[in-house]
Design a protein around this ligand. Structure first.
Ligand code: GCU
Ligand code: CA
Length: 404
């Protein structure tokens, strides 16, 4: 069972409904925040664990006693109802049937009324059968008296300073980020050289894996070699990879104040499945990862992929895709973007790697790259890691306060 603790404390508005997205504070989702079934509002929905008692909870603050109305938007693409007890401060008041809606992309609203008292009231939906809850999109709350404060509390923001103490930096990426494997030194991703730049308060958990697109990283081994009519690789079953599940784990995964650095876009451009990822899907998956990190109080950061060494005469130039997509996903999700693509070829230029005679076995280029223009020797990886840390400082990303 996974529990996504998003935060507590909110206010019931007196007239217009207050919308509580299931993926955002103050809603608590026992399950995962997903975005793989279209039609939801906000940035995702709560996919509750399929188990009796895997509840979703919402704590509201009201100034008057009375009855509040809750419109619950859900999708139940299974063929059976997913009944749930409505718990008001822990006491069951009624059962909602959550009947099948025909498809996971068909979202409907059901209304429940709940008694509220002045102060806080916790409203829970606790499934009574092994199927668990349907997927839940949002709760619209009306009534409960005048608001004692104007708005629900905001989820942790990526610009707020990290709490003091131990911070874990989680890395998701491909071979240009990954630790060297199988006793070899090459290729070494920049993630393997990152920790040395930080104080002992920072632990780097490098979960980057060579050859992965964002989608295969998230869903291994379930991305098939088949494309759907929209041109995307079919994912079946839609079960997350163990590496992403480890980051989502409520006790040992991402926690408040941690960072999640995400860098893909090299393998994603492959035309064939399972690696292929289209533009929109790439941005959707970045958004889904950012939402999951934020739901745990962690701070996501997106990176564009480092450039391969390509010389145009005596100038190193850019050559990677998914740069625009990464920037757009950053804007759409209010996530800072480190443009490692530009910063890396700028580094190649400052190191005067161009023009280049093609010999990766000797000279400064040979010491930086493995036997190709993409992968780094440990020394190259250390310099790329240094570029990332300088960007943290330059962009005033609060993780920089932990740099040595
Ligand atoms: C599918 C579906 C999920 C849903 C789950 C369930 O896996 O993709 O969104 O939550 O079924 O049965 O609960
Ligand atoms: Ca579910």
């Amino acid at each position: 069972m996974t529990t996504v603790l998003i935060g507590l404390g909110a206010t019931v508005a007196s007239a217009a409904p207050s919308r509580y997205e299931a993926e955002t504070a103050p809603v608590v989702c026992t399950g995962t925040i997903d975005a793989n079934h279209a039609g939801y509002s906000g940035t995702g929905f709560c996919n509750g664990d399929n188990a009796v008692g895997a509840a979703v909870r919402l704590t509201v603050t009201t100034s008057a006693a009375g009855t509040a109305t809750l419109d619950v938007r859900f999708a139940n693409g299974s063929t059976t109802a997913r009944p749930a007890a409505v718990l008001v401060n822990g006491t069951s008041t009624q059962t909602v049937p959550f009947a099948p809606t025909g498809a996971w992309t068909t979202w409907v609203t059901t209304t429940v009324t709940v008694p509220v008292t002045p102060g806080t009231t916790t409203i829970g939906f606790s499934p009574t059968t092994a199927g668990g809850l349907p997927n839940l999109d949002y709760f619209d709350l009306t009534g409960g008296g005048p608001s004692p404060s104007p708005s629900p509390c905001a989820p942790p923001s990526s610009s707020s300073p990290p709490p003091q103490g131990q911070v874990t930096v989680w890395l998701a990426g491909d071979s240009t980020v990954a630790d060297p494997s199988g006793g070899t030194v090459c290729p070494a991703g920049w993630g393997s050289q990152f920790a040395q730049y930080f104080t002992s308060d920072v632990t780097v958990r490098n979960s980057a894996v060579g050859g992965r697109s964002i989608q295969t990283w998230l869903y291994d081994p379930n991305v098939t070699s088949t494309k759907n009519p929209a041109g995307e690789c079919v994912v079946s079953p839609e079960t997350y990879s163990s590496r992403w599940q480890a980051m989502l784990d409520p006790t040992t995964g991402m926690k408040r104040g941690d960072y999640l650095l995400i860098q893909f876009g090299i393998n994603d451009g492959t035309s064939a499945c399972p690696r292929h990822v289209g533009s929109a899907r790439y941005q959707q998956l970045l958004g889904m990862m950012a939402t999951a990190a934020k739901a745990r109080g962690a701070h996501p950061v997106f990176l564009t992929p480092p450039a391969a060494l390509t010389c145009s005469g005596s100038t190193a130039v850019g050559n990677r895709g998914f740069v625009t997509e990464t920037n757009s996903a950053g804007s759409a999700n209010a996530v800072p973007v480190i443009d490692l693509h530009r910063l890396s070829y700028t580094l190649y230029n400052s190191l005067r790697f161009c023009p280049f005679n093609g010999d990766y076995g000797s000279g400064p280029v040979g010491a930086f790259f493995c036997d190709d223009h993409t992968h780094f020797e440990p020394s190259g990886a250390r310099q790329i890691a240094g570029v990332v840390t300088r960007a943290l400082r330059d962009q005033q990303i609060p993780l920089a306060t932990y740099l040595r």
